[in-house]
Design a protein around this ligand. Sequence first.
Ligand SMILES: [Zn+2]
Length: 240
Amino acid sequence: MQRVQPDVWETEVESPFPGLTVHAYLLVRETGNVLFYNTGHRHEIERMTELGGVAYQYLSHRDEVGKTLTLIHERFGARLAGHIAERDDFARVRTPEILFDKRERHLGAIEVIPTPGHSPGSTCFLVDSAHGKLYLFTGDTLYRDEDGGWSAGFIPRLNTVEDRETLAESLRLLKTLEPDVIFSSAFSGESGFQELAPGEWPVLVDRALAELLGRGGAILAARLQAYRSAIPRRLRRFRF
Ligand SMILES: [Zn+2]
């Protein structure tokens, strides 16, 4: 574990498959520590004992499900939290005690913000740190890419055109927030979190949106072209 903020500890990196790396983050609080995301590193889970254990574990989405959910619960009595839309995915290992499906405040300091698109239950968490900063845990909705920039978690071979629109809507919602530090679940560069300079956040989200919709625009244009060419010539004077 390494300390990355006065009250946030990052687990050692792990790589579920080549090109993808993940961290979990432990938020240390007087009223009970909160683990965001998940780690498969048993020695890191053991180290959390020295930091006060884990009272709650919040999953940003189903890709974080792993056997250690059970271990963390058994070791610390952690209560698991996740979006109701992915309850069946979580239940393969553990059914969350805390389920949510709308924007609401938890534990006095955590705003749960559903941001579907990457997956149906993808959720971000905006945390009011006791040290004065606002932390945004973005899951895979926005992830840090290999260049150190941030990209929308749109996976072309898994997500649909509709998911792209849903994800774009989620990014527009995130843009209205004012985080000081952002932490993704998966990332592909050197680091999975970033401290933001004033005014940097909306620029960063706009860039991710443009990238997301740029690719989408090309696909939609190709579909429209295919649709138009399938229409009999005599009807083509009607514009679409
Ligand atoms: Zn994911």
